[in-house]
Design a protein around this ligand. Sequence first.
Ligand code: HXC
Length: 257
Amino acid sequence: MSYETLLTESRGAVALVTLNRPKALNALNSTVMAELADALAGFGKDETVGAIVLTGCEKAFAAGADIKEMQGIDFVDAYLGDFIFGWEAIASVRKPMIAAVSGFALGGGCELAMMCDVIIASETAKFGQPEITLGVIPGMGGSQRLTRAIGKAKAMDLVLTGRMMDAAEAERAGLVSRIVPAERLMDEALEAAAKIAAFPRAAVLMAKEAVNRSFEATLSEGLRFERRLFHSLFATADQKEGMAAFIEKRKPEFSNR
Ligand code: HXC
């Protein structure tokens, strides 16, 4: 597929999606959101793809929702148009998504990174929810996902003051999975995605589903959910292969069955 605001490619079992509005620091306008939802849905259905890397440009992963597009919207437009609809489709992709973040990940950009499962950040990354400085608040899940990721104290600090945190602070706070030197960012993200994509697909999807369940369920419900998924994996050929290969001291050959 070719898009106006994205570059997409498959590299083996990994899909790479690059936000491509560098002059606007990858501000998320309605075209970006629609194209992103379309591209991710396509890779979600593509059986050759096992994991997805989402990235931006060197200066910005994404500097937020497009302020120029938002400026003229009134309440009725926002409400009736369910602005900014469509991001749920991005957050509900079943395959693992890695955000490779360089530069600014602000507002909707930070929220987009948080919709991914793993955030790998360059040393240059800066995260923040500066919506308050524009007279609004996070609208794509920031007040909820950021709080779950880094706790109330830091989330309140960021959301109320609009300040940015650098990669080191974001990692200490638990938002970022790994920090790497800028020149290693894409290799590290693509290697991690390739590693994930080579594992049995059903186990990978269930692992993601189980971890995400912890945000929705009580501990006892989450543990029960995990156990049911765990049990179900013993019905797969890949469980037999993975365990046999370990015992026979050889590399497993997974079939995604
Ligand atoms: C539209 C944006 C933009 C944005 C940057 N640009 N961010 N355009 N929407 N969010 C544009 C600028 O207008 C400028 O275009 C070009 O990108 C380069 O930006 P500069 O400001 O010149 O760069 P710099 O001085 O390096 O500053 C970088 C920055 C700053 C600190 C990231 O651009 C900034 O503060 N951006 C806004 C960040 C923000 O408030 N994000 C939250 C948005 S609200 P021109 O044409 O002038 O050269 C949000 C709500 C989410 O995300 C919820 C949705 C429902």
